[in-house]
Design a protein around this ligand. Structure first.
Ligand SMILES: CC(C)(COP(=O)(O)OP(=O)(O)OC[C@H]1O[C@@H](n2cnc3c(N)ncnc32)[C@H](O)[C@@H]1OP(=O)(O)O)[C@@H](O)C(=O)NCCC(=O)NCCS
Length: 199
């Protein structure tokens, strides 16, 4: 049994600390993130120490009251607004560098991201068929999720997509094109199945 399991009693998603063990747990989690000088997170953030948060050559900025679950991986250029959550085993990797944040992942306020999702804001370049793909480098492209979105479980947002304000992405979707505001998109590739506003 890991130390974290002793402290969280098997609860993977940080919640308002109810006792000193939980306070210690999230203090360690925030400390793990903030040991990197290019990570910013206010005290109100709750990070499980089993999350992997590393800015690589970029920068990670969290707004207030963000919650990051055990096993989530957040790397590279990523920014969050206030009141966001990332569930267990979701991977967010922003591309580019601090000087050139062309693969920035920008997440607005109040965004819920369920477990086992994947957002990588860069693609391998494979233009030259005579050269190994691993020698052709990466092409960053930003991913944006506007305020008040719910991204379901196992969703893959591909590099370059934009999810508009107030939208929902259904479980298991692969989003390859922009999702308009206030819509529900689902499937592979994801298509708008409904709007949220009464017609
Ligand atoms: C998208 C979602 C919110 C349902 O929204 P809804 O408005 O109730 O939609 P409905 O169930 O009426 O479905 C409408 C159509 O979309 C389809 N659909 C719904 N969700 C889908 C999905 N994830 N992938 C593909 N198609 C989907 C339905 O089969 C239905 O198709 P039909 O009209 O051909 O029968 C829900 O299906 C979903 O994916 N929830 C996410 C669950 C999750 O990831 N939870 C994680 C914990 S936070």
């Amino acid at each position: 049994m890991s130390l974290w399991n002793l402290l969280d009693r098997g609860y993977s998603m940080p919640k308002k600390p109810g006792n000193c063990k939980e306070r210690l747990l999230y203090r360690i989690g925030r400390h793990f993130a903030l040991r990197h000088k290019n990570v910013e997170a206010p005290k109100s953030c709750l990070f499980h120490p089993g999350a992997k948060i590393h800015p690589r050559n970029g920068k990670i900025v969290f707004g207030g009251n963000c919650i990051i679950a055990e096993g989530a991986i957040i790397q590279g250029n990523v920014s969050f607004g206030d009141n966001c959550s990332v569930q267990a085993y979701t991977i967010l990797v922003g591309g580019g560098t601090r000087e050139d944040p062309s693969g920035q992942i920008s997440i607005g306020n109040g965004v819920r991201i369920a477990s086992h999702g994947m957002m990588i804001a860069a693609n391998h370049i494979f233009d030259d068929p005579d050269k190994p793909i691993h020698n052709q480098g990466l092409r960053p492209a930003p991913i944006t999720i506007e305020d008040d979105c719910w991204i379901g479980g196992r969703v893959n947002l591909t590099a370059g997509v934009h999810v508009g304000k107030g939208s929902v992405v259904g479980a298991g979707s692969v989003v390859t094109k922009d999702v308009p505001s206030m819509s529900i998109a689902a499937g592979i590739p994801a298509k708008v199945i409904k709007g949220r506003l009464a017609s």
